[in-house]
Design a protein around this ligand. Structure first.
Ligand SMILES: [Zn+2]
Length: 285
């Protein structure tokens, strides 16, 4: 199994676009996504690091490692809330299936680790004897620290790798390239080659052009990070290729792992102007 090398395969997220200084980040459409998916999303207890760690293990079979106690510092609670939101959209059943898969098929133990702040990455996956998703701590996480979308990106890589185990490895890449049509993956040239007008119909952002791995991961990132905008894009006929690709990734995910993550793919639902406004409707008293 090639991905299980002792050398860490570092999957970085570059070129994320933080909120402009002073801007208020949008509310997470958590309740709307849950309502759309017809299910209650699990909220972990983030009132203390020990409670959070206990619940992560209990509901998701994930071990938390925070040796430098970053989560007890400034912005720690917000980070825990973001982690909780991301995992809830995947669902406990789905995450546990991924953790079980690595445990049974590769004898790998799964950990979520909070690591020191970095200027060059937000998160990465280390594939060694065990699997670690490392999230870089940033006290100013309103702008560019651990967000639900950052974790979703790395979980997207895990979904992709498990799917490659189930399907002929080259198949996924070839299928995606067929959907992409005239656009090729360009590696390091992704920033230079990106043209919003042309590529935006098929890819979620410039980094998606880097490789088929980043193409898949950035889609997971956007599904969690900005589902409202994703829904608008996916329902615009101009973006038919992007929609086809997200549908392909949904089917791959459902077939290779589990369909217990419908909240994640809620943005594929038909556009309905009231759909994302459920949260803001006045409550009956
Ligand atoms: Zn990546």
């Amino acid at each position: 199994m090639k991905i299980f090398t002792t050398v860490a395969l570092v999957l970085l997220i570059f070129a994320m676009q933080p909120f402009p200084a002073g801007a208020v980040p949008p509310e997470r459409p958590k309740l709307a996504a849950a309502a759309a998916a017809g299910e209650d999303l699990l909220e972990l207890d983030t009132s203390s690091v020990s409670a959070f760690s206990r619940e992560l293990r209990k509901h998701y079979a994930i071990s938390l490692k925070d040796n430098n106690s970053y989560l007890s510092g400034i912005g720690g609670k917000k980070m825990m809330d973001e982690i909780s939101l991301c995992l809830s959209l995947f669902s406990p059943e789905f995450i546990k299936k991924m953790v079980d898969y690595y445990s049974k098929e590769h004898s790998s133990f799964f950990t979520l680790e909070i690591v020191k702040p970095s200027n060059s990455y937000y998160a990465y996956v280390e594939w060694g004897t065990n699997i670690k998703i490392c999230l870089a701590y940033n006290s100013n996480n309103e702008r560019n620290g651990v967000k639900a979308s950052v974790l979703a990106h790395e979980l997207g890589h895990m979904v992709h790798f498990i799917s490659e185990d189930y399907m002929r490895k080259a198949r996924i890449k070839l299928d995606l390239m067929e959907i992409n049509g005239k656009f090729n993956y360009v590696g390091d040239k992704y920033r230079r080659d990106w043209n919003e007008y042309r590529h935006g119909t098929t890819f979620v952002r410039s980094y998606s052009l880097y490789s088929h791995y980043e193409d898949v991961a950035t889609i997971f990132e956007e599904l969690v990070g900005d589902p409202e905008s994703m829904q608008e894009r996916l329902n615009d006929p101009l973006n038919a290729s992007l929609r086809k690709k997200v549908e392909y990734i949904r089917d791959m995910t459902y077939n290779c792992i589990s369909d217990e993550c419908s909240a994640l793919f809620a943005p594929l639902e038909e556009d309905d102007s009231a759909y994302w406004k459920i949260e803001s409707l006045p409550k009956a008293s």
